[in-house]
Design a protein around this ligand. Sequence first.
Ligand code: PHE
Length: 502
Amino acid sequence: MKLPESQAAVLEAASATEKRTVDQLAEATGLQPETVTGAVFELESDGLVDVDERTETSVSLTDEGEEYAEDGLPEVRLYGAALDAGADDSSVSMGKVIGRSDLDGPQVDIALSNYARKGYGSIESGEITADADADPKADAEANALAALVAGESVEDEDALDGLERRGLVERSESAVRSVTLTDEGITAMMEGVEAAETVGQLTPEMLTSGEWRDVEFAEYNVEADAERVDGGKVHILRQTANRVKDVLVGMGFREMEGPHADADFWINDCLFMPQDHPARTHWDRFALSNPTDIDDLPDDLVERVERAHREGVGEDGEGYHSPWSEEFAEAIALRGHTTSLSMRYLSGYAQGDLEPPQRFFSVEKVYRNDTLDPTHLLEFFQIEGWVMAEDLSVRDLMGTFEEFYEQFGITDLQYKPHYNPYTEPSFELFGTHPETGELIEVGNSGMFRPEVLEPLGVDCDVMAWGLSLERLLMLMYGFEDIRDVHGTLCDLELLRDTEVLH
Ligand code: PHE
């Protein structure tokens, strides 16, 4: 039988009676372990060897672990210094002991936090005792460190756990493959195996010389396991936010910027939200205690907004006939929507007066005191946007959404009439969840009312929206819980494995 060189060598080095690991075979053949692994898979698929795979945990010392293996654990050194300084059941001053020890800054803290835990003595109000019965030679963590340095294996799992928690060792799992010859392999060996010289890589020289015609190429095993490499990756939420920005810029929008904590004036009052609206009560907003107010709101705008609230706008306008105070409007809270930015821009406060047509957007975080559940968090990203132009209608708004969502593969939007104090008409947008088939609300939108636009000094139409970035992700990727991509419960596997959609 003719086999490529590496396979012939591995077959030769393998035994029918004794398992040999890839590392042993690499040693015996002088080949690289990766080459042996490749050859082993080939031989296995030809039925010439059996491969047995198990997972082995190996323990290695971190730099800090190496350091303590050499100098001793800080708590053991502290114990030595305490004894030296004459401590026993009666205490001596900590300063004296630390002075005697050669522990440097962070090591002192480490020593202190392990000293009492391990029974070396007690530490209280600047005084330290040393327990005469404590035996540093029996310190399980120190002994485990010493054994590891000596290349011995450590059975004491508790000590290893302790060292791992302290960041002194790292445990890693790897697959160990061992090989034995099958009956077929033995027969092949008895009949004689010859190494065919094979070429692993085609070179330009081979092509120009024509040598490639005469050589035998090694087969490439495209199914062999390769080591998994998890490189760094941009979080899918951030990736999608960036794509959203690109798409909106492509549609002619410019980006807005502004504060996360803002005066209620920009967050609510400009939006014709009455000051006694339930959403403005203290349990629904995150107020700031320092600073509490923005006291330099633009006077003329404040005056016009107040008038709109009290009297309404236009001939048939109706105000709320409810109390309105500038002080209330000055209070700072975390923004519950980024429509506060739209107000800053539409009023001209952010960038000066804007002439129609204009298009602006932001993809920014907002904060709401919601109850946590699979679709609600206390913070999320809102895709805010507006278009200012003459004669806009709901059809323009719908057309914009269709165009926008189509870029993300979402073509089945549905709309539902809705109420916002600041838009009329208003509607919510829904998409279908790709896994559950449920309708998911993805956004809220409408045409700003005259009560909003007139005080801002805008005398044409403005259509606007706030969409949820996380809900868009749900429709794109099919996950069901917002906590899969946000916060401490974030599913790392999902983030690693999710393919980037383009
Ligand atoms: N502010 C609304 C929300 O947070 C979204 C919206 C913005 C609706 C602009 C209409 C106009 O749900």
